[in-house]
Design a protein around this ligand. Structure first.
Ligand SMILES: *Cc1c(COP(=O)(O)O)cnc(C)c1O
Length: 417
């Protein structure tokens, strides 16, 4: 095929995709989340195939996107789950995951919640000394994971860097003597160690440093059969963004791990907990343009949404690429895209977007991870619907809220004022 033909084909394909999203916005009404299941499958396989490790277990971090049909898709692919609350565990079990493929890695939860998780037979990760002692007292034989904080500063910004010195996550590696004393006193069964250094790590070199450090620490635990390396894989939000080179990370890790297993004469199970990497790119958030406001300083585009539906730009200063699906050939102009919430809820400032008109549908890219799962009903607004697109078919996997959803838990008692 000539390159011109290939180019025409690719253009046609992208036109088709844009058209498809527009059709979905028409059929289900924006605001709307659409997830491309084929991309999720592709990313899962890409991750899995990057590692040449015999006992590799991927535990999808479901807090990124927790719709039960997405969970079922991951279960179908052979993934396990990483859960951070008892409710996530219950959702995972409901989606069909076996308890042994679920790891529970919470932070700051009560011992009562741990007990509930233990009774559900999922794998438990302990991230503080107080709970470790309680486990020792009440469940001395329970196999557990210990989450360690390696104090390596890594990650995209301070809100998502969880490995550094002030981080509330994990037990400091400087407290190893205490950890070892408690384990010995109560004869706690440490099945594995866990580390999660934070989101958005670009350099495979940081991963390597973390890996070397944790393998060094692993020497101190005689009976472990597993190491959990958490996540932190970065994805592209815009064209020239750097992303984690998963092939390179996979190569480095596989060699380190396989050498280590040989050294200890053990087949360790190696676990990862990717969230963002698996689902971020699969999602698009579609919103409709309510008003265009021209000021002396800039042109505002206000959409029928806000941080109640997509909070990452305001919360993390995150960049989400915005496309005008309704006018892909229009001249590019500079816009500030804002929401309809009575707060400053700016999605993007000074963005070049194809000429925007009232009624147009805008698509926010990378809306798979930490988007719907962070929605709220602020301003008494309704949450949007979610659609899964798979094998050329669209499935409504969550209905949009209706007014009743806002008041269904508010009691109708009569109070005398
Ligand atoms: C949030 C979280 C993850 C997933 O992080 P991503 O950056 O989305 O891949 C993995 N493990 C734990 C313990 C987490 O809290």
């Amino acid at each position: 095929m000539s390159s011109a033909l290939i180019y025409a084909f690719i253009c046609y394909f992208y036109c088709f995709l844009k058209f498809m999203y527009l059709e979905l916005a028409k059929k289900y009404q924006a605001p709307l989340y659409v997830y491309d299941g084929d991309i999720i499958i592709k990313k899962y396989n890409e991750f899995r195939n990057a590692f040449k490790i015999k006992n590799l277990k991927i535990h999808y971090a479901m807090k990124a996107l927790s719709n039960i049909h997405i969970l079922k898709l991951f279960n179908h692919l052979g993934s396990g789950l990483d859960c951070v609350s008892i409710e996530e565990i219950l959702l995972g079990l409901k989606a069909g995951f076996k308890p042994e493929s679920i790891i529970y890695t919470p932070n700051g939860v009560s011992f009562e919640e741990y007990k509930k998780a233990i009774n559900l037979n999922v794998k438990i990760t302990i991230d503080n000394i107080s709970i470790l002692e309680k486990i020792g007292q009440e469940y001395p034989n329970l196999p557990i994971f210990i989450r360690l904080n390696p104090h390596l500063m890594a990650g995209g910004n301070s809100k998502i860097s969880v490995g550094h010195i002030d981080s509330k996550f994990g037990i400091s590696i400087h407290q190893m003597p205490i950890i070892k004393r408690i384990i010995k006193n109560y004869t706690i069964n440490v099945e594995g160690i866990h580390i999660h250094t934070g989101s958005d790590i670009i350099e495979s070199e940081v991963f390597e440093r973390v890996a070397r450090l944790i393998l060094h620490i692993a020497d101190e635990f005689e009976n472990i059969n597993s190491i959990d390396f958490g996540s932190g894989f970065k994805v592209k939000y815009k064209e020239n963004d750097l992303e984690t080179d998963i092939k390179q990370v996979g190569k480095t890790f596989s060699k380190l791990i396989n050498d280590y297993c040989k050294k200890r004469n053990k087949e360790l199970t190696v676990r990862f907990e990717p969230g963002k990497f698996l689902v971020s790119e699969a999602g698009k958030f579609l919103a409709k343009v309510n008003v265009i406001k021209q000021t002396t300083a800039c042109t505002f585009v206000a959409v029928n949404s806000g941080f109640n539906h997509l909070i990452r730009p305001m919360f993390y200063n995150a960049y989400h690429k915005i496309e005008n699906l309704s006018n892909p050939k229009g001249d590019k102009k500079m816009y500030s895209v804002v929401g309809y919430i009575c707060e400053s809820d700016t999605f993007a400032e000074d963005r070049l977007i194809n000429d925007v008109r009232e009624g147009d549908i805008l698509a926010f890219n990378n809306a798979g991870a930490y988007c719907f799962s962070m929605t709220s009903n602020y301003n008494s607004r309704l949450k949007p619907a979610e659609i899964l697109w798979l094998n050329g078919k669209d499935y409504l996997i969550r209905k949009a809220d209706v007014f009743d959803d806002l008041i269904k838990n508010q009691t109708d008692i009569e109070i005398e004022f």
